[in-house]
Design a protein around this ligand. Structure first.
Ligand SMILES: [Cu+2]
Length: 420
């Protein structure tokens, strides 16, 4: 398959989301899920055939070396520079998979589209850990093409909890958003003007091209996870349980407990956002860290219409899901309308995503060392989430990889500085 054909496929996915919105915009909830359920394509239908794709990546280093992922707090100045510089380079380098997007934005695109109801590839299910493991490792290998010694450091958010912690300094992630400028990031390598977000959620009507953060501003998750909460997660011996989604009982699902879904009563397809779930509990651990960085006071899809109206829209929701070059950066009307980057489906647009997900992946490594290399289910979960299912989008770029194949990080050529 040539790049142009893959590009058209990506466009088709965007169009499909938009037209679904147009056709089904008035319908909500379970009724909609039922209707869409009858027309779902499988992930295999939605991805191109294998073996004809250019630029098939591998998950191990071409030199065979083992990358050691360090705690970000232990990085040297040179290591920080290699990491941030490689990230900036990937934002400027055209993607072999989805040109003319950059390599960086291909990852953002994949993460956003993984929420597509038909794919349901990466979240609210057992593949949460393996899908993100492959995602972070592929990204790390791209970083290493720029700087061979670069690695994705982890942010131990059970320890480094302050708004002035090392990672928020100018030599790594930059700091808090600037309330005078719509909470956009104005410090560090990824600051406003230096870093332009290109991929937005389909329902994002604000489409600010800069990273938005309001550290600790979230009413949903005002505090980062404690060491005790973290330990409680690691002590759950069962990897996952039926119904293999956000409704899995958290005392029998390390995955659901850690992913951060609580007291969920429903999951359904929202044509604007993708797979959604209705939860009445708190938003801890993995989900909580996303919200803590974003400063999300309400979940994006629950923002009252009046608040959204007060924010200046740059485009109608059904318009192109990429930024309009040169568009004025709109300012959210008030803190109540903050749609922090890390809370979006396109959250990898804030590079702190990688440090957070390196920590998430380290957590899985620790769990596997403690409880043995087990994964469930073999069948019964959404396609792409079972032990031997190939995962989207990796299959679409010629990388046939299942959860079973990624349970040992050393086989993928990396480990953590804390591994046994
Ligand atoms: Cu994710």
């Amino acid at each position: 398959m040539d790049a142009r054909r893959f590009d058209r496929l990506t466009q088709a996915l965007a169009t499909r989301q938009s037209s679904r919105r147009a056709a089904l915009g008035g319908m909500v909830g379970a009724g909609l899920a039922t209707i869409l359920g009858q027309n779902l394509v499988t992930a295999q239908d939605a991805t191109p055939a294998m073996g004809e794709m250019m630029a098939t990546p591998a998950l191990t280093s071409p030199t065979g070396k083992v990358t050691v992922r360090k705690n970000g707090s232990a990085m040297t100045a040179d290591e920080k520079e290699a990491f941030t510089d490689a990230v900036l380079q990937l934002k400027k380098t055209e993607s072999p998979w989805t040109p003319p997007l950059s390599i960086y934005d291909t990852f953002v695109l994949w993460h956003r589209d993984a929420f597509d109801c038909a794919l349901m590839a990466a979240h609210m299910g057992p593949a949460f850990f393996p899908w993100h493991r492959v995602f972070v490792r592929l990204f790390e290998l791209e970083l290493q093409k720029v700087h061979p010694d670069a690695f994705v450091p982890y942010w131990d958010w059970t320890v480094d909890q302050g708004k002035d912690a090392y990672l928020w300094q100018d030599d790594l992630m930059g700091g808090d958003g600037d309330p005078e400028h719509g909470y956009t990031l104005s410090t560090g390598p990824f600051r406003r003007g230096e870093w332009e977000i290109k991929i937005f959620d389909f329902d994002d009507r604000v489409r600010n091209p800069s990273i938005i953060r309001d550290l600790a501003g979230s009413h949903l998750t005002p505090k980062l996870p404690t060491p005790q909460e973290y330990e409680d997660a690691l002590n759950i011996a069962t990897y996952d349980s039926p119904p293999w989604n956000a409704l899995a009982p958290v005392d029998k699902s390390f995955r659901n407990f850690f992913e951060g879904w609580r007291d969920c009563t429903d999951d359904y397809c929202d044509p604007d956002v993708g797979m959604q779930t209705t939860c009445h509990g708190p938003h801890p651990l993995h989900n909580g860290v996303h919200l803590w960085v974003a400063g999300e006071v309400v979940l994006a899809h629950e923002v009252p219409a009046a608040v959204m109206e007060a924010a200046t829209p740059v485009a109608s929701p059904a318009a192109s899901p990429v930024a309009t070059p040169g568009a004025e950066a709109p300012t959210p009307a008030s803190s109540a309308s903050i749609l922090g980057t890390m809370a979006a489906n396109s959250s990898p647009s804030d590079p702190v995503f990688w440090m957070h997900h390196s920590m998430v992946d380290r957590t899985w490594s620790t769990w596997l060392q403690r409880h043995g290399k087990t994964y469930v289910p073999v069948s019964g979960a959404h396609f792409g989430q079972n032990l031997n299912d190939y995962m989207w989008p990796y299959q679409s770029i010629g990388l046939n990889i299942s959860p079973a194949m990624v349970m040992d990080s050393l086989k993928l050529g990396y480990k953590y500085d804390t591994d046994e």
